[in-house]
Each structure stands twice: as structure tokens, then as C-alpha cells.
Design a protein. Structure first.
Length: 315
């Protein structure tokens, strides 16, 4: 009886090893670079940030894919019952229409990923493209009265969607694509003021890197009396903001071009969907001291209180 869990663990490890090999395989990198350039060249204007989900505070692609996945799963359930092919076909058509904006949002996000993430994302996209082709063929067969073939193609499409969804989960949870890479800052920085250096160490208008509790900070001395301090690792994919461009009261990430306002960390332009944690600053005896902005600390405290109340209610 003990052999079965062991074999299951071996299969799981084999799947992870396959994904690790996919992440490290550079053979598709030239194609990926070409496709990235094409996506970035799309004349989307402000719509690009909307597709990233900056208005929502996190990527919008996972939200949009719920419609095609839900309709296609419902169609599969109807296909298990005789005489419901027409209704299943309607659901498939709705899913195909909803897949277009979902795919566009996914492509916009994918174009700004690291190479290892982009390799997995390419296979994720190919699997989803295959599902679109299978469902389009299923809908065509149903329209021609070939309902058995339509059902078969629909089940194959759902299988492709499931495989693509598994890769999407790997991207989101194992590779942290789309995650807020600055989320931990309010949780690890101690309360109170922290001295980070003399004012003379921060030339006006220049980005300087310092750290507090092992958290990298971006420090910009605006005019000798006003010092802006943000978490230094970009919330998008942890890019080094201290190596970015400071202009017009903002800093631009050198990796993917996210722009953050220095005064409060607001993400002015994506692909970042979350703002940067901001710090209060003061000058004491010629030295700069910083503390995590109270809004961030209070928000964390409120989340902790809610968690305690929820936990107590469940006991």
C-alpha cells in the first residue's frame, strides 16, 4: 500500500522536472523576442494599462478567462446529456467571443515577463490557441448537424484548456508572474524611524539605493529638504528602481517601463498593477531617517485584526 503514494510523488516530481526543463530551454527565445516586439508595437494607447489591470490593482487576465472557461465547462456538462447540443453550441460561441479580450490581456502581460516565465507562457498560449481552434471546429460541426463530432471536439478543447490552465497556475504561483513583488515590505520593516545616511550622501535629483531591515530602498533627494523614499524593488517583477530614470517627480523602472510617483509610490503607468510601498522621511542632525508610511502600516494592522477576528469566529 505504501508504494502508491511513492509512485504518485515520482509522477509529480517528473512533471516538475519537465516544467523546469521548459523554463530553462532557450530554443524558442528568438521566436519569443519577435512575438514580444509585435505585442509591444500594438497601438493600444491607454488600453494597454487597462489590459494589464492597473485600474483593478492586479492583472485582469485571470478575471477575463473565467467566462470562456465557465461556458466551455458548462457546454461539456450539457454534452453529456442527449439532445442538448444546440444549447452547448451557444455556450461555446459565447466562450469563443469572450476568449478574444482574455487572450489580448494575457498577451500584453506576457510581453513583459522574464525569459523563463515567457517560455512557459508561450506553451500556455499555444495550448489555449489549440483549444480555440478545437472549439471553433466543434461549433462548425454542430452548425452542420455533425453533433457527435462537435461533442468530441468540444471535449478535446476542454482538455487543451485544462492543460493551459495548469501552465497558467505554474506561471502565477510557482513563477510569480503577475504577483505583487513588493507586498512583503510592510510585513518585514520594523516600526519606527530608521537612519539611512547623511543628507550629503544623497545628491539632489539622483536615485540612491539604501536598505532598512534588508529591504532595499530607493532614495531621491528632491531639493535638500524633501527626500522621497520608496521600496526599491519594482512591484511588477522586482526590477531595480535605483537604476531607473528619475524625471517629473516619478521614477521609471529600467526593466519594463513601469512608472511610479515618488511622493507616494502610485503606479502611474504599467505594466505594474500595484503601487510601491512609500516611506515617510525626515532630516535629523543632518541625517535622513525613514519609516514605513502609516497608511501602509495601518492597512497591514487592519488585515491582521480582520484575520484574528475571522479565526476567532471559526473556532
Amino acid at each position: 500500500m505504501s508504494a502508491t503514494p511513492h509512485r504518485r510523488r515520482v509522477r509529480q516530481n517528473r512533471a516538475l522536472r519537465m516544467l523546469d526543463r521548459l523554463e530553462g530551454d532557450p530554443r524558442a527565445d528568438r521566436l519569443i523576442d519577435t512575438m514580444r516586439s509585435a505585442v509591444r508595437a500594438l497601438p493600444l494607447g491607454p488600453g494597454r494599462d487597462a489590459l494589464h489591470g492597473r485600474w483593478l490593482g492586479h492583472p485582469v487576465h485571470p478575471l477575463l478567462v473565467q467566462v470562456p472557461i465557465g461556458t466551455w465547462m458548462s457546454a461539456a456538462v450539457l454534452d453529456l446529456r442527449p439532445g442538448r447540443s444546440r444549447e452547448a453550441g451557444l455556450l461555446i460561441g459565447v466562450g469563443l467571443a469572450a476568449a478574444v479580450p482574455a487572450a489580448l490581456a494575457g498577451a500584453v502581460d506576457w510581453a513583459d515577463l522574464h525569459s523563463r516565465q515567457a517560455r512557459v507562457g508561450l506553451v500556455h498560449a499555444l495550448s489555449n490557441a489549440a483549444s480555440l481552434g478545437l472549439y471553433a471546429a466543434s461549433l462548425t460541426c454542430r452548425a452542420k448537424g455533425r453533433h457527435a463530432a462537435g461533442r468530441t471536439l468540444g471535449f478535446l478543447g476542454l482538455t487543451a484548456v485544462g492543460f493551459g490552465g495548469a501552465l497558467g497556475g505554474h506561471l502565477a504561483y510557482r513563477q510569480a508572474a503577475g504577483a505583487n513583488h513588493a507586498e512583503e515590505v510592510p510585513q518585514v520593516v520594523r516600526e519606527g524611524w530608521h537612519r539611512i545616511g547623511a543628507v550629503d550622501e544623497f545628491p539632489p535629483g539622483e536615485a540612491v539605493r539604501r536598505s532598512v531591515d534588508d529591504v532595499p530602498l530607493l532614495v531621491v533627494n528632491e531639493d535638500g529638504t524633501t527626500v522621497h523614499v520608496l521600496a526599491e524593488r519594482c512591484s511588477h517583477l522586482a526590477g531595480p528602481l535605483a537604476e531607473g530614470t528619475v524625471a517629473d517627480g516619478c521614477v521609471e523602472c529600467p526593466w519594463h517601463g513601469s512608472v511610479f510617483r515618488l511622493s507616494d509610490g502610485l503606479n502611474v503607468r504599467g505594466p505594474a498593477t500595484a503601487p510601491q510601498p512609500a516611506f515617510d522621511s525626515r532630516i535629523v542632525d543632518g541625517h535622513v531617517e525613514v519609516r514605513l508610511r502609516r497608511d501602509d502600516r495601518e492597512a497591514l494592522a487592519a488585515r491582521d485584526r480582520d484575520a484574528r477576528v475571522t479565526g476567532s469566529a471559526g473556532e
